[in-house]
Design a protein around this ligand. Sequence first.
Ligand code: HEM
Length: 356
Amino acid sequence: MTSRRRLLAASAAMAAGAGGLTAVGATALRNGSSERQENEPAHLRGAAPLPFAQFISFDITSEGARADALHAAHRAIAAIDGGSVAAWLALGEGAFTSGADKPRYLKRMPSFVGDVLDPVQSHGDLLLHITGSSARAVRQAAGQTLHALPRQQVRWRANGTRLETRTEAGRGLSRNPFHFTEGHGNPATAAETAERANVRAGRGEPSWAVGGSYQVIRIIRLATDFWNRDTVHEQERITGRRRNGRWLDGTPSSERAAFATDPHGKITPLDAHVRRAAPNPRTPPPMVRRSYNYDRGSDDQGLIFSCFQSDLEKGFEAVQRRLQGEAMAKYTLTTGGGYFFVPPPGDAWLRALTQK
Ligand code: HEM
């Protein structure tokens, strides 16, 4: 382990021991759109996600409590979703008793090369993801939800913020803790977003799951102090885009890269983040990223990476494997998160999973 990674690991352990995650400070944020349309899933509503979020992971306390827990969580989410809040429920593999019901790729998130997963902030049977136009709206909705679920055990909680959140050319953009713009690689239309994120019929998934989506959360601690010591030029070569999103060869941010004319990585290094993530610009990875920054103080800050996909293996897992050995790896440490499945809108899925 390099000294940077050792330092990240040590301070992650300290932060976990100090009692977990606290609310982040908010600066100059603009609201995203929370327009609610009939049957539009909350997790994909609007081009830009709402700027504040809280992730709450629960464990179902006993097998007998499973159906009750699912009903109570569904009711609690329905009560807060709408207006300045978009909220949804996602199911971990522990929410399923029968293999036949379980979405085909859903499993406990494995530890990837370089991860130091802390059990205190990893996995969970249920995930409530609450987003809102203000920290206050999210806090209130989270309080209301926890009040409605007194019998469930909170496993971990995390607060996130999207800085400088805005929409450009149909894409929701924000600024990550490394000062780089995030979101250019996401789809620009609702149709393409649904195409990448939603499970379709005929793909070997249980019928209740059609229209739902796999959600991956990765709590990634970022060594911002080390990063900030590098020049912007070095940072841009590690990322493979300029801070504002423009490609290193000058191609505008909203267009796809032209790596074919740079086969040896003279302009965009072969181990740059975006080049590893999406080596073939014609076939962008089938995933939709909607991450949040976190800041727990004491230099513990990073990304609550969150993405949605219809196929966990072709989406997140394929990209994560390609990122192994990327130039950015020495500045990052994944300490938590989990694999979840967001059920489709409505409550037919709930009946299918609980009326047996
Ligand atoms: C370690 C923290 C990370 C940072 C700081 C980071 C940062 C960035 C930035 C700045 C971009 C370019 C702008 C954009 O398209 O959004 C980007 C693109 C991307 N990242 Fe990351 N990222 C991180 C982790 C991840 C992870 C864990 C994955 C998935 C396993 C991932 C997948 C992608 C993909 C698919 C793209 C778009 C590539 C394209 O289609 O051009 N990133 N990331």
